[in-house]
Design a binder for this molecule. Structure first.
Ligand code: GTP
Length: 595
């Protein structure tokens, strides 16, 4: 295809503002998917995505659209909307020349609208602002149009109004994509360079790599090279999604399509990497490649210990399609055998645990999420801690923690309560801006404070109206300590936490109290202590009882006695021993999940 007849664009929107519905409508109106095959959310293939209404993996689809008798190829690149995948968002944006900025006309601008808009502007994309859901009675297009115009300039009256649901205004939108998004430019005679913006594992075809050609061309059967890993492959098939995969004779400048090389592991085909041809290779990779690094860590344990091999297999499988997932085996006194896993963020953690539950039928418990701490000991050693158990025991010089830039958008009535919450989480206010009836609050905040139920608190304080987004902004030194929980002097590993010194007492008393309520009485008195190193900061006591199951049998019926004894033995199977103390595993699980 002549690059002059190509338009590459994406749709950026806050979650639920109707991106998938609009994309579906475009597929239908351009005739890419025949009406009879249309089903809701054609592009979101994963079940969890459809159910939760979120887009996890980006994909590209090619549509034909005619303007004034000329035919254009529109490549729509779907971007994940959530911050956890911001690296994937930014790669998808880098594959486009334009972005449709979709805003729900009943809701207005939200935190992720802004985050994605800024990313699009950094990538120099042509922005086409669009008001969606104008069919809704609650829509307030004038107000929201003004909000958008305040933000990006221009005349509020020029902003397109559409309904992805009814299809109203969608043809005009497609026309304006052709008119306003610049055609791609590249050097057709240069060595091939294609940017990988997505890479998906397909159980039948292996890894499907989505690319945007920048220079030159790639043809089927040619030997290709991944420039960051120098791994070599053969392009077994090259094609475009329209939206079903359709093989082509190759991809040229500005085109968007897929490659299949027969590899089985997405790590060999990384998002952001540059593909070139082996024989006539490019010397410089396209800019911007970085390895996504996990930011949030948690231990995942099967509730039923015999499920451990299933969990291992499941993680191995998920890893094939998710290059950012990390894990290694870990054992815990309280929870048995499990895995320490690294995630891009909280949503990533949630998605993975949900998939383990659903696709592999696993019942799991997750330990409290932790972030990466850099600890310097007094003798000058630098230790990276992603798990409280790795925290050094000796004297500590300093601890550094990751800090993020947080943006919160909410109706202005909630400013007070949001500020209070952010302050209690050690946030410092960096800026505040009014956007019509709403306000944007910008904070710098330790990531460790956000991974701990921050979003839940934010939602409940604002009746669900606040939206949140965050991005890494480096590290800071902080007065952090490790709090251990001891049962009769023995440490219960899964309960150790790294917290700010000011919160150590609160954490310690909360956990000790929870455990006192959940652990059954023993034959002897059991102290529960919270300690920083050797210093005890809180204490609770479980009083002793004499547990005599036979007491109420009055020495009578012998078979009844046996039954009771057997029952008691069965009960013991799920018991964990911490030193001499017997604890039902359920107690640990309940204490961790806060029920
Ligand atoms: P994410 O994938 O989570 O980013 O969501 P999304 O932006 O793709 O939103 P989606 O298309 O799933 O739409 C969210 C909700 O809004 C769904 O319940 C849709 O039915 C509804 N919706 C989308 N577009 C319109 C519209 O134009 N009018 C009305 N009334 N409802 C819409």
């Amino acid at each position: 295809t002549d690059p002059a007849r190509i338009r590459n664009f994406c749709i950026i929107a806050h979650i639920d503002h109707g991106k998938s519905t609009l994309a579906d409508r475009m597929l239908q109106i351009t005739g890419t998917v025949p009406d009879r095959e249309m089903r809701a959310q054609y592009l979101d293939r994963m079940d969890i995505e459809r159910e939760r209404g979120i887009t996890i993996k980006s994909q590209a689809v090619r549509m034909n659209w005619e303007v004034d008798g000329q035919s254009f190829a529109l490549n729509m690149i779907d971007t994940p909307g959530h911050v956890d995948f911001s690296y994937e968002v930014s790669r998808s944006l880098a594959a486009c020349e334009g972005a449709v900025l979709l805003v729900d006309a009943a809701q207005g601008i939200e935190a992720q609208t802004l985050a994605n808009l800024y990313l699009a502007m950094e990538n120099d994309l042509e922005i086409i602002p669009v008001l969606n859901k104008i069919d809704l009675p609650a829509a307030d297009p004038e107000r929201v149009a003004r909000e958008i115009a305040d933000l990006i300039g221009g005349d509020p009256d020029d902003i397109l109004k559409v309904s992805g649901k009814t299809g109203m205004g969608v043809e005009e939108l497609l026309d304006s994509v052709v008119a306003r998004v610049p055609a791609p430019v590249g050097d057709a005679d240069a060595p091939a360079r294609a940017m990988i913006f997505d890479s998906v594992y397909d159980p039948y075809r292996g890894v499907v790599t989505y690319v945007r050609m920048v220079d030159g061309k790639l043809v089927p059967r040619e030997k290709i090279l991944m420039m960051s890993t120098l791994s070599e492959h053969e392009a077994l098939e090259i094609g475009v999604s329209s939206p079903e995969p359709t093989p082509t004779k190759g991809l040229g400048v500005g085109e968007v399509g897929y490659l299949i090389t027969g590899v089985k592991d997405v790590r060999l085909s990384k998002v952001g990497d540059t593909v070139t041809s082996k024989l006539r290779g490019a010397t410089d990779a396209l800019p911007g490649y970085t390895d996504p690094k996990p930011m949030v860590f948690s231990g995942l344990y099967p509730l039923d210990g015999t499920d451990y091999p299933v969990l291992r297999e499941a993680l191995d499988k998920l890893k094939l399609s998710d290059a950012a997932l990390q894990y290694e085996p870990e054992t815990s006194v309280a929870l048995g055998f499990g895995f320490r896993c690294g995630f891009l963020g909280l949503l990533h953690l949630e998605i993975i645990s949900e998939r383990l539950r659903r696709e592999f039928d696993l019942d799991l418990i997750a330990t409290a999420p932790s972030v990466i701490y850099q600890v310097t000991t007094e003798d000058g050693k630098e230790i990276t801690v992603t798990n409280p158990s790795e925290y050094p025991t000796g004297k500590i010089m300093s601890v550094r923690e990751p800090v993020v830039r947080v943006a919160i958008l909410a109706p202005k009535d909630y400013v007070g309560t949001i500020m209070e919450l952010c302050q209690s989480r050690r946030g410092s206010l960096m800026g505040m801006e009014y956007l019509g009836e709403r306000v944007e609050l910008r904070y710098s905040m330790p990531l460790g404070e956000i991974v701990f139920d921050f979003f839940d608190h934010l939602k409940s304080r604002t009746q669900g109206y606040a939206s949140l987004d965050y991005e890494p902004m480096g590290e800071q030194e902080a007065d952090l300590v490790k709090v251990d929980i001891l049962l009769q002097g023995d440490q219960v590993d899964a309960f150790s936490a790294i917290v700010h010194r000011d919160n150590a007492y609160a954490y310690g008393t909360m956990m000790a109290e929870r455990l006192r309520k959940l652990i059954p009485r023993q034959q002897f008195e059991v102290p529960i202590q919270a300690a920083i190193g050797a210093r005890v900061i809180a204490r609770e006591t479980i009083r002793a009882i004499r547990k005599d199951v036979l007491a109420k049998c009055y020495g009578g019926d012998i078979s009844r006695k046996r039954k009771l004894l057997e029952k008691q033995k069965e009960g013991k199977k799920r018991m964990k021993m911490v030193g001499r103390v017997e604890v039902p595993q359920e107690a640990f699980i309940a204490a961790l999940s806060g029920d």
